[in-house]
Design a protein around this ligand. Structure first.
Ligand code: AMP
Length: 220
């Protein structure tokens, strides 16, 4: 199973990617998480990416394509993957399509998570993230059991630097300009399914599985 998750920031792609990867036993590849890890470690890539990320802008395509191609060659991605946050531009989508065609393993499905902008802003403005397991919480909609501690591993939760309202609105604008055109790119290939991303995590997971079942034989 090779799946791409599309959708604006705040749509819940990260949460659903983790659930799907666990359920289907495939690699969960989040380009945002990989970049944040590089930033935290102060690598060359991290230093290059940081300013773009802080502003809510995209990291250049050539850098992203190289990073993802390397990641896809790791053994855990061989049996399939959930790509969260890539591709985000038409050149990235084209590069991914070409690379997968070359190895004869095309994408199985592209799921577009649909959410109202104002709800996305609310979700992200109140978001707290576990730096260890990447689970997310929300001060209003999904508070952790113990204040600012991850329910899963008790790590101290953090706010992402790009989750303030001004940067979130910038990220939504960049999404609309750069990433929304990908919907047509994948629709043309018969791969796109839309998922209503409002509601509880369980509700969205159920809708997501239904959308996947429309394109992938899940019976085996
Ligand atoms: P995310 O965690 O997916 O919201 O990504 C956080 C930030 O990382 C984005 O706002 C971009 O600056 C950068 N980023 C992640 N994935 C990509 C990508 N495919 N192309 C360009 N920039 C990306």
């Amino acid at each position: 199973m090779r799946i791409v998750l599309l959708g604006p920031p705040g749509a819940g792609k990260g949460t659903q990617a983790r659930r799907l990867a666990e359920r289907y036993g495939v690699a969960n590849i989040s380009t945002g998480d990989i970049l944040r890890d590089h930033v935290a470690r102060g690598t060359d890539l991290g230093r290059l990416a940081k300013d773009f990320m802080d502003r809510g802008d995209y990291v250049p395509d050539d850098v992203m394509v190289r990073m993802v191609m390397e990641r896809l060659q790791e053994p855990d991605a061989r049996d399939g993957f959930i790509l969260d946050g890539f591709p985000r531009t038409v050149p990235q989508a084209q590069a991914l399509e070409d690379a997968l065609a070359e190895i004869g393993r095309p994408l199985s499905a592209v799921l577009k998570f649909k959410i109202d902008d104002e709800l996305a802003v609310k979700r992200l403005a109140g978001r707290w993230t576990c730096p260890a397991c990447k689970r997310t919480y929300n001060a209003e909609f999904k508070p952790p059991r113990v204040d600012r501690r991850c329910d899963h591993d008790q790590t101290q939760l953090v706010r992402r630097g790009d989750d303030d309202e001004v940067t979130v609105r910038r990220r939504l604008e960049v999404y609309r300009r750069e990433t929304a055109p990908l919907e047509f790119f994948f629709w043309e290939r018969g791969l796109l399914r839309e998922v209503d991303a409002e509601g509880t995590e369980d509700e969205v997971t159920a809708r997501t599985i239904e959308a996947i079942a429309d394109l992938v034989d899940l019976s085996s």
